[in-house]
Design a protein around this ligand. Structure first.
Ligand SMILES: C[S@@+](CC[C@H](N)C(=O)[O-])C[C@H]1O[C@@H](n2cnc3c(N)ncnc32)[C@H](O)[C@@H]1O
Length: 215
């Protein structure tokens, strides 16, 4: 685990640092991403959620609840996040929309659910910021039922060498500012788990990936 110094000089773990960034961003998060949402992300979220199957659904890294609009009508979703302030925003949105979603403060790297619990585990733009992505993926694999699916919408490191070099160079700054890594290799990380099948949606771009992995 990587430790750095906080403003009051106490050692903070990389997980604490990322959580704090999201706590700080929470009140402005929706407005900050508003332009990209309308332009591009909204369509991809719709496509991601259209693939949900089964009745026990877990959303990981729910954030401010941007995906609430896409929740299927006939399922009950449990949604977790490790940032208390992001969850407060999600709670407000849930109450405003009168949605039946259970929200819980929980770290994706250590979830409290039993093995083989969920039909679908879903996340959007989360594995850029999960501190230890392989650890979290292992947990999500564990709680998926056999035949269950992991659905992800993620931005990843470009396959273009020049672009990748720029992303790697900029990454420490972006992490410091907003808590997200722009150089994650999420497809490789999923391939390191024992999923039976991994599909990359053809609507994916070089950097924005729609991924489906079946246990
Ligand atoms: C970029 S935001 C995306 C939020 C939301 N999924 C969306 O599509 O707008 C990333 C979210 O993942 C959460 N997150 C990051 N690492 C996490 C972890 N280990 N466990 C739970 N939540 C985590 C952050 O707190 C934040 O709310």
């Amino acid at each position: 685990m990587v430790f750095s110094k906080s403003r009051n000089n106490a050692a903070v773990s990389d997980g604490d640092l990322i959580r704090r960034r999201y706590d700080r961003l929470a009140p402005w998060f929706d407005s900050l991403e508003g332009f990209m949402e309308g332009l591009y992300f909204h369509r991809l979220r719709k496509r991601l959620w259209a693939q949900v199957s089964g009745v026990h659904i877990l959303e990981v890294g729910v954030g401010t609840g941007k995906n609430f609009a896409f929740y299927p009508a006939d399922v009950r979703v449990t949604a977790i996040d490790f940032s208390p302030n992001m969850l407060v925003q999600a709670q407000r949105k849930r109450d405003r929309k009168q949605l039946a979603v259970d929200l819980a403060l929980m770290d994706a790297e250590s979830v409290c659910y039993a093995d083989n619990s969920f039909d679908t585990v879903i996340a959007s733009f989360v594995f850029c910021s999960v501190p230890h992505p392989r650890k979290a993926l292992k947990e999500l694999y564990r709680i998926l039922k056999p035949g269950g699916q992991l659905l992800l919408l993620e931005h990843v490191l470009s396959s273009n060498k020049v672009m990748a070099a720029i992303m790697n160079w900029l990454n420490p700054l972006v992490v410091r500012l907003v808590g997200a890594n722009i150089n994650r290799q999420t497809v490789k990380n999923i391939q390191a788990c024992p999923f039976q099948k991994i599909y990359i949606d053809p609507q994916s771009s070089d950097i924005i990936k729609l991924i489906r992995a079946v246990k």
